[in-house]
Ligand binder design. Structure first.
Ligand SMILES: Nc1nc2c(c(=O)[nH]1)N[C@H]1C(S)=C(S)[C@@H](COP(=O)(O)O)O[C@H]1N2
Ligand SMILES: [Mo]
Length: 531
């Protein structure tokens, strides 16, 4: 009888440790397989990276500050260890649960995988394909859990057999005895370690540039950007942030796979119709007198009211200095900039020589350029659409003529020149929104790079044009926000239209035009409903 009363506790202990071990090994398989496969996908495909980055993004700033103050540059290590502990607890619980009810344990693994999938898919630049490694990893993890979890009746049998003293080696059909369980566990743990080591080795050769970027410290600007004036942000909830965070910055390029250029090997060749050809390397560029400047980039493909526009603080070296050193020859009128992946843009030579802040940019909002935005060096030219000026991953500048050469899009039917057309858009309310009656706040942005915006007008239900309130101007090269409060908007459906004037008093083009060949035009209007 005394042995009988001891059995339940023994049972419980038996049930907990093998379960926890099975859960841990299954999780190790899941992560090792997913991380290994992720090497062949985008950076977001690695579950640990995406979960960690998402965690960092959602970390309140006091906690971030605390972590950095307490752990210094080890903050990421601390984060990874904490994530490891949480994952270990989760997987142990899943393994224990699986022994009682396999479906429940599996469900927990799936919930865990779904959370990771959400982290992956919401990373900037992630696509559906980036979920593939996690999917296969999860399948492998679930299979491992199944492999290490005895079927319930058999488990009773096995434990009963053990309890009855027929020994741990008794071969109960199909049921893992302690020995087979340990063998299977050891085998799978070995597989996980091998996959983990292989994944690590592969990714460190493949992702070296990402790590170089992370470790890169940008020099301080010789000429800092003037602090943003207070009130650059229009007082309307829901308007675009004045400075676009890097992760939200629109991305347009022809690169199927983002080029990964190691700054240590980066060179810019400056040649063509110049007195002095030379190449510039990254070290020399970083050691030059860098300037900081806020510039609003726009894509020629942006439709009226569209969002292929973004504003950032750029750090870089003036192109006029690069050209001054090269000394263009008479007759040259264009600089053809080419990227490592073959894209090219034609920029009028005089524009790169005048006093606007046209730069070879290395920094974007106080960070090295993100890989997708041209790491390590791109061009930024105020006043021109990106397709004729903003070459990312730039490696070659050829001083030439429009007669002689054409850029990537020009040879595909787009314009050879691309000055940005003055534009304005309504951001709040959103098109077709329903808003409560009473005061209706309307707001948005307007831009006329290199000139600046002097006036914005709105028209309600085809009435008089009314002058909007302008937010503070940061520079003529950035967009400017505007707002208008409609005091007593009556219930029903309404229309708002907006138009902007540049600093010369010139009204933006009214005529509707599509993006091709040289940029859209037309006044933006939306319809919304007052409830
Ligand atoms: N190498 C390269 N640079 C490029 C492009 C490209 O396809 N390849 N697209 C250009 C276009 S059309 C635009 S609008 C801007 C967009 O820059 P962003 O992706 O950083 O917003 O990059 C420009 N630079
Ligand atoms: Mo573009």
């Amino acid at each position: 009888m005394s042995t009988r009363s001891k059995t339940p506790r023994k049972h419980r202990i038996h049930a907990i440790w093998p379960g926890a071990l099975a859960g841990l090994v299954a999780a190790a398989i899941l992560f090792a397989v997913a991380q290994l496969l992720s090497v062949f996908f985008g950076p977001a495909a690695a579950p640990l990276t995406s979960v960690g980055s998402t965690f960092i993004d959602f970390t309140p700033s006091w906690l971030k500050d605390f972590a950095i103050a307490t752990f210094g540059t080890n903050d990421k290590m601390v984060l990874l260890i904490s994530m490891g502990v949480v994952a270990a607890i989760f997987s142990a619980v899943a393994g224990i649960l699986a022994r009682r009810n396999f479906k429940a344990g599996a469900a927990l693994v799936i919930v865990f995988a779904l959370v990771m999938a959400a982290a992956i898919i919401t990373r900037s630049g992630a696509g559906i394909a980036d979920l593939f490694p996690l999917l296969i990893g999860t399948a492998a993890g679930l299979w491992s859990l199944r492999f290490l979890t005895p079927v319930p009746e058999q488990s009773e049998d096995a434990e009963e057999a053990q309890a009855q003293g027929s020994g741990p080696h008794s071969p109960t059909a199909g049921s893992p005895t302690r020995r087979t369980f340990l063998l299977r566990t050891a085998a799978l743990a070995g597989v996980a370690v091998v996959a983990g080591v292989a994944g690590n080795a592969l990714s460190s050769t493949r992702n070296a540039v990402r790590q170089v970027r992370e470790a890169l410290k940008l020099p301080a600007a010789k000429t800092k950007a003037a602090a943003l004036p207070g009130g650059v942000q229009a007082p309307v909830e829901g308007v675009t942030p004045f400075v676009t965070p890097n992760n939200d910055f629109y991305r347009i390029d022809t690169a199927l796979v983002v080029p990964e250029l190691d700054p240590a090997n980066w060179q810019l060749r400056v040649h063509g119709m110049v007195e002095e050809e030379f190449t510039l390397d990254f070290e020399e560029l970083m050691g030059s007198d860098l300037i900081e400047t806020y510039v609003t980039l726009a894509c020629v493909s942006n439709v009226v009211g569209g969002n292929l526009v973004g504003n950032a603080k750029w750090l870089g070296y003036p192109l006029r200095e690069v050209l001054a050193r090269a000394k263009p020859k008479a007759g040259a009128d264009m600089v053809l900039s080419t990227s490592s992946d073959g894209f090219s843009a034609s920029t009028p030579l005089p524009i790169l020589q005048d006093d606007r802040d046209a730069i070879l940019a290395v920094g974007m909002n106080d960070e090295p350029l993100p890989l997708q935005h041209g790491f390590p060096v791109r061009m930024v030219v105020p006043g021109l659409y990106g397709f004729v000026s903003a070459t990312k991953w730039v490696v070659d500048l050829e001083v030439t003529t429009f007669a002689e050469k054409a850029g990537y899009w020009t040879s595909r039917g787009w314009s050879s020149h691309g000055p940005i057309k003055a534009s304005s858009r309504i951001e709040v309310p959103k098109a077709l929104a329903r808003v409560p009656a009473g005061k209706v706040a309307i707001g948005g942005s307007a831009w006329a790079q290199t000139k600046g915006i002097s006036k914005v007008e709105v028209q309600l239900d085809n009435g008089e044009w009314l002058e909007a309130e302008l937010a503070a101007e940061a520079s003529v090269d950035t967009w400017r926000q505007w707002s208008y409060v409609w005091q007593d908007a009556p219930a029903g459906s309404h229309n708002v239209q907006v138009r902007a004037y540049d600093a010369n008093g010139e009204l933006q083009i009214e005529e509707q035009a599509p993006p091709a060949p040289n940029g859209s035009s037309g006044w933006h209007s939306i319809t919304f409903t007052v409830a």
